[in-house]
Design a binder for this molecule. Structure first.
Ligand code: CTP
Length: 401
């Protein structure tokens, strides 16, 4: 999402300025073009050279340092900005921005920028809570700027309070969200996507359950990519891997929990993806106490779980239903059978007997089956890339319908 985006990063003078170096690095890593503007006070905390080396661009500090006769640098910089990030934003800079004061390179450029602004206040808790600062922040919000709420924690002053600059990854995430929010051209804009991921757990007793090898990675990749394509994403997950950003996350355990949550959101969904490895069976009895070892044999009676995908297929209205088929043999035959039997619009089939594909791997290799269309084979790639291909094909089919 940040690839080739021109980010102008304003660093103002607070102790959190040192974190702006890592923030710059993370923006660069995400593929953005970063230009840094620093106030005089910021330069007392961190050297412009550090930012120049990290951003691989000249750092702007002086309004009158006009090196190029062709352009007025602060206006040129303002006009060529896709996203503005002010991190850390001091109470002073917030006050200047709220009141249109332009008396140095930073404030002058900020006044000239029309691109979205992400303001990351960082200061002492009392300065933050002062009515003047609060009213300035409200004013900036009313101008359409986005404020990232400061973290609470150990402040430089030696006591706990609100006012810490959030970790750089959270700022990168907020910047990504802002760009997605403002980009009306994204293909899944205003579309609702619900995704089920992970291997369900079927309880036997409070400490034991039946599950499978699914990590949930494929479903998580789909959630992130759908969100980057502009969708409003709900992820119903039985996996314990780290939650993706920017999606509504619902944790579930069993197949029946998963079904309940998927059905809750099904009615209003545009695209539904069952990337979960749902346990076909559950234990008929679920002991509320730990089962003690007694006889030599223990019989576990299993009963069938609901087929979530097939149930949704039966009630399908406008939803585009995507299912997965994890197979070890006769891939095409089983995938086509699932496509028809579950009334899906797409089945993404993979051979889980292969080492680099399927359960728990970071890569995947799939064949996409759709009714009345030729199968599409996607060679071994990262799960993020596969997710992008799956959604691209789904969008194309939806648009052609
Ligand atoms: N699925 C589901 N509910 C189930 C079982 C599977 O919604 N109880 C979904 C999966 O999430 C997947 C698709 O159906 O999208 C196919 O899952 P798979 O386990 O391959 O198929 P099954 O119907 O369980 O058939 P089998 O295990 O016999 O291959």
């Amino acid at each position: 999402m940040l690839h080739n985006k021109r980010i102008t990063l304003f660093i103002t003078g607070g102790i959190a300025s040192y974190k702006a170096a890592e923030l710059t690095r993370q923006f660069i890593k995400a593929g953005a073009v970063v230009r840094v503007v620093m106030t005089d006070n910021a330069q007392k905390f961190i050297s412009p050279l550090t930012l120049q080396v990290l951003s691989k661009n000249k750092v702007y500090t002086d309004t009158f340092d006009e090196q190029d006769a062709e352009v007025v640098s602060h206006i040129h910089l303002a006009d060529s900005t896709d996203l503005t990030v002010i991190a850390p934003a001091t109470a002073n800079m917030i006050a200047k921005m709220a009141n249109g004061i332009a008396d140095d390179m930073s404030s002058t450029t900020l006044l000239a920028i029309t691109a979205p602004k992400l303001i990351v206040p960082a200061m002492n808790v009392n300065m933050l809570e002062h009515p003047a600062t609060q009213s300035n922040l409200k004013k900036l919000q009313s101008y359409g700027d986005t404020i990232l709420d400061p973290d609470t924690g150990f402040l430089a002053e030696g006591y706990e309070g609100k006012g810490r600059m959030p970790d750089p990854y959270k700022i990168v995430e907020a910047a990504t969200s802002l760009l997605i929010e403002r980009d009306e051209s994204l293909p899944l804009k205003n579309k609702k996507v619900i995704i089920a991921a992970g291997g369900t757990k079927e309880r036997i007793d409070p400490v034991r359950y039946i599950t499978n090898d699914s990590s949930g990675k494929m479903g998580y990749s789909l959630a992130t990519v759908a969100r980057n394509l502009g969708a409003q994403v709900t992820l119903v997950s039985a996996s314990s891997i780290e939650q993706p950003f920017g999606v509504t996350f619902i944790a579930v355990e069993s197949a029946r929990d998963m079904q309940e949550q998927m059905l809750k959101h099904y009615e209003t969904a545009d695209i539904v993806i069952m990337a979960a490895a749902v346990s076909d069976y559950r234990s008929k009895e679920q002991s509320t106490q730990k089962i003690k070892k007694s006889s030599d044999d223990l019989e576990l009676v299993l009963e069938k779980n609901p087929d979530i995908l097939a149930g949704m297929g039966k009630d399908k209205k406008r939803q585009f239903l995507i299912g997965f088929a994890a197979e070890t043999n006769d891939l095409e035959k089983y995938a086509m059978d699932k496509l028809v039997r579950k009334k899906a619009d797409m089945i993404v089939a993979n051979d889980v007997s292969k080492q680099d594909a399927g359960f728990n791997a970071d890569t995947n290799e799939v064949i996409i089956f759709q009714p009345d269309r030729e199968p599409i084979a996607i060679d071994l790639k990262s799960k993020d890339e596969i997710a992008f291909d799956i959604l691209k094909i789904a969008i194309k089919t939806i648009n052609e319908k």
